[in-house]
Design a protein. Structure first.
Length: 207
């Protein structure tokens, strides 16, 4: 897959309408009976979470931009079509979905897949701007990938990592782009990702 634009955004693991990842509504409990705060998002209602995610996308991603979503789009159980509802609330016309383990309804339904510009389990994205960059895209993290020794980046979701845990080693050039670890629950711009993945140690760029 090739894109010749700077207007590319990445995200993952939105889990639209998934109540168990909402602090105020989750049924999850630790052994001591307390809510597992590291596994939930700081919202009191699922509606509050949904609105924050939609606003986080629409406030930044313009209709003709590209949004690359690395899986776990929404909940799929129950009678309501939350995948369709979420898609209709997003203004971006060009959404690529890399399927995750929660995307069962999208995987099995041609109607759902048609909501997106492209749907796949795995993709290699070549971006041509001032320079050419290669991004290996999968819902699941990899410890090695095509182009590993030629400077390709590996972007994934699934792990819901936060802070510095979003990044792997300098050599790996890998990042979890999921909503749980993103500032203000928003997507990452391609230039932001390239800046975040610059080789660093103790805050200083390595030679």
């Amino acid at each position: 897959m090739k894109l010749t634009t700077e207007n590319i955004w990445f995200t993952s693991d939105t889990h639209y309408n998934h109540k168990n990842i909402v602090h105020g509504e989750t049924n999850w409990r630790n052994a001591d009976g307390e809510v597992p705060v590291n596994s939930v998002r700081p919202f009191q209602t699922v509606e509050e979470m949904n609105d924050r995610m939609v606003d986080g996308i629409n406030d930044r991603v313009m209709p003709n931009d590209w949004l690359i979503h690395l899986g776990d789009w929404s909940v799929w159980w129950g009678d309501h079509d939350y995948a369709k509802e979420f898609r209709e609330r997003i203004n971006c016309n060009n959404i690529v979905l890399i399927l995750g383990n929660h995307d069962y309804n999208i995987r099995k339904s041609e109607k759902h897949r048609s909501m997106f510009s492209h749907v796949a389990d795995y993709e290699e994205l070549r971006v041509t701007r001032d320079e050419k960059e290669v991004f290996i895209l999968s819902h699941y993290p990899m410890i090695s990938w095509n182009g590993f020794y030629r400077g390709a980046y590996m972007l994934h979701g699934h792990q819901h990592l936060k802070g510095d845990r979003r990044f792997c080693s300098r050599e790996n050039r890998r990042m979890d782009v999921g909503f749980c670890g993103s500032p203000e629950f928003r997507p990452y711009h391609v230039e932001e990702i390239l800046e975040l993945l610059k080789p660093k140690t103790n805050g200083h760029e390595l030679p």
